[in-house]
Write a protein that binds this ligand. Structure first.
Ligand SMILES: Nc1ncnc2c1ncn2[C@@H]1O[C@H](COP(=O)(O)OP(=O)(O)OP(=O)(O)O)[C@@H](O)[C@H]1O
Length: 301
């Protein structure tokens, strides 16, 4: 296994309080795409910063190829690409200049960097804008420059934190396609609170809530684990609010003067409700709202 997270905890301490952002989290990560899902404040970015060797854990260990990343950060950094949640660029530089600047920081060989930058600009559809200042780039183009800088050293661990924020639907779709192409023989950790971003591309999903890992598994394992809890029900529009109060409503569609509502619940919500095929969104909502212990899937399967 490439990345082994062992009982990791992280606390932010201020004069007045201690905030536990990660609580005894263990996870083993193999090559492929890991979708790290969780609501705002779940601890995803804190975990990403530790994995990127920018922050040190309060306790626990992370091993990369068997080596502790706090004791030997360089072993990981040589093979790491990181796109943080808030990625700033020097707006007056062109895409080409910016990538050269980052290649310098990463101490890459200059001739090799030239070649790699050309390749990456081409792969990320940015060749046409390579010599234009970054201040004229769209959100999607800047995000692609962010990915390009993370890929400069051909990383074996690529960490991307909420990369699709600000992208339009076409750019999101292109971005997912790109990640699928990049996923062979490397670990990609993709953090997001948007299930649709990862459900079609992730090999494995990990769900965080309140600093804890509450579930992990393949998308289909997670979906199957809620198979007997996903119901469809047709109701009057006026009943929706009450249903939302009582149940997890994952989706609703207007059908003539009625509403077809998807509900996730442990028991049948109404005699007229029928079971339906579960989605990853159902599983995500079920676990984050109910906050089940991580042994649940093992018991359910
Ligand atoms: N620098 C900090 N100082 C104090 N508390 C922090 C700091 N950074 C994060 N936190 C807290 O740690 C917890 C986890 O935050 P984190 O940003 O890791 O979550 P997240 O899942 O990435 O959420 P988001 O998607 O909103 O960024 C939250 O309660 C947050 O307020």
């Amino acid at each position: 296994m490439l990345l082994d997270i062992q009982s990791l905890s992280h606390q932010y301490k201020s004069q007045k309080q201690v905030n536990s952002a990660i609580k005894s989290l263990s996870l083993q990560i193999e090559p492929g795409i890991l979708g790290l899902l969780g609501p705002n404040g779940a601890g995803k970015s804190s975990l990403m910063r530790i994995l990127a060797t920018i922050a040190k854990p309060t306790s626990g260990k992370v091993l990369w190829r068997g080596k502790d990343i706090v004791q030997s950060p360089q072993t990981l950094r040589r093979e790491l690409g990181y796109l943080p949640q808030y990625f700033g660029v020097y707006e007056q530089l062109s895409g080409f200049e910016f990538l050269h600047y980052i290649a310098g920081i990463k101490a890459l060989d200059a001739a090799q960097a030239n070649h790699t930058i050309d390749e990456l600009l081409n792969k990320l559809n940015l060749t046409h804008a390579a010599h234009l200042p970054l201040k004229g780039y769209s959100g999607g183009m800047k995000q692609r420059i962010g990915i390009a800088q993370a890929l400069l050293n051909d990383p074996k661990l690529l960490i991307i934190d909420e990369p699709t924020v600000g992208l339009d639907p076409q750019e999101r779709s292109n971005f997912r396609q790109l990640l699928t192409e990049l996923a062979t023989e490397r670990c990609i950790i993709f953090s997001t609170h948007i299930v649709a971003d990862v459900e079609s591309i992730a090999d494995k999903i990990a769900i965080m809530h309140s600093g804890q890992l509450i579930q992990s598994g393949t998308p289909s394992t997670l979906q199957q684990s809620v198979a007997n809890k996903c119901w469809t029900l047709t109701v009057n529009s006026a009943d929706l609010r009450q249903l939302q109060h009582e149940y997890i409503v994952s989706h609703s569609v207007r059908k003539a003067d009625k509403l077809e509502v998807n509900i996730v619940a442990n028991h049948c919500p109404d005699a007229s409700a029928t079971l339906r095929v579960p989605t990853l969104e159902d599983a995500y909502l079920y676990y984050t709202i109910n906050h089940q212990p991580s042994s649940f899937i093992a018991r359910a399967s």
